[in-house]
Design a protein around this ligand. Structure first.
Ligand code: BMP
Length: 218
């Protein structure tokens, strides 16, 4: 994924045509589209190939399985045209390594989840944060997912692991793009504030301009 805009579109829609049209329209303002279960289970895995003709695709299946299954799922995603997969770190080093090993066969990337943007992340993930960063480091991931609505956590993660940070939780979940970037995020991930907006193209441009202006003021 080449960084030009710092914005990743979370396409959590259920309609194929709408997703493709919208992604095409906002493609100048994003660096990648992230696909999750709502889209893939509604439209089929072929949507990954269709979207990959427009921009880089991050397959967000939050893989959390035994190594050989993580590996099989990653392989399918990369074969369909994904540039990256997202995996949970809590299943341990071997499970995560099965993803990075598979990714290396496709020149793909792996992002591991070390913390999450919803309050439930406090229940288990917060106390395991150092360990999840350590596992991610050992598995040689390309970056981590860290909560954009909690800039203090981004800073904490940045201090523990020197890697790319992709941050959801912006807009609808209360986070501010500028604050996340300022805390150390490299990319922000945004869904509803784009696709639920009355003018999604204008919103995507505005969100991109906001963080881009911020980069140039740094
Ligand atoms: P939205 O901007 O509509 O809140 O969407 C956020 C996206 O980021 C969703 O696709 C969700 O699965 C993902 N996400 C998240 O919200 N928090 C996390 O901690 C990790 C995620 O992947």
């Amino acid at each position: 994924m080449q960084k030009q805009n710092g914005l990743i579109f979370a396409a959590d829609l259920k309609e194929r045509r709408k997703t493709l049209n919208l992604t095409r329209k906002i493609s100048d303002y994003i660096d990648a589209v992230k696909v999750n279960y709502p889209l893939v289970l509604s439209t089929g895995a072929e949507i990954i190939s269709d979207l990959s003709d427009i921009t880089d695709v991050i397959a967000d299946f939050k893989l959390a399985d035994v190594p050989h299954i993580n590996s099989r799922i990653s392989k399918i995603a990369f074969n369909k045209g994904a540039s990256a997969v997202i995996c949970h770190a809590f299943t341990g080093e071997e499970s995560l390594k099965s993803c990075t090993k598979t990714a290396s066969e496709f020149d793909g990337e792996v992002y591991s989840v070390v913390n999450m943007s919803h309050p439930g992340s406090e229940d288990v993930m917060d106390s395991s944060l150092p360990k999840l960063c350590e596992i991610s480091k050992k598995a040689d991931i390309d970056g981590v997912i860290a909560p954009g609505n909690q800039p203090d956590k981004i800073e904490m993660i940045k201090n523990k692991i020197d890697t790319k940070i992709l941050s959801p939780g912006i807009g609808a979940q209360g986070g501010k793009g500028k604050k996340a970037i300022s805390a150390g995020a490299d990319y922000i991930i945004v869904g509803r504030s784009i696709y639920d907006s009355t003018d999604p193209v204008k919103s995507a441009k505005k969100i991109r301009d906001n963080i881009k202006m911020y980069y140039s003021n740094e």
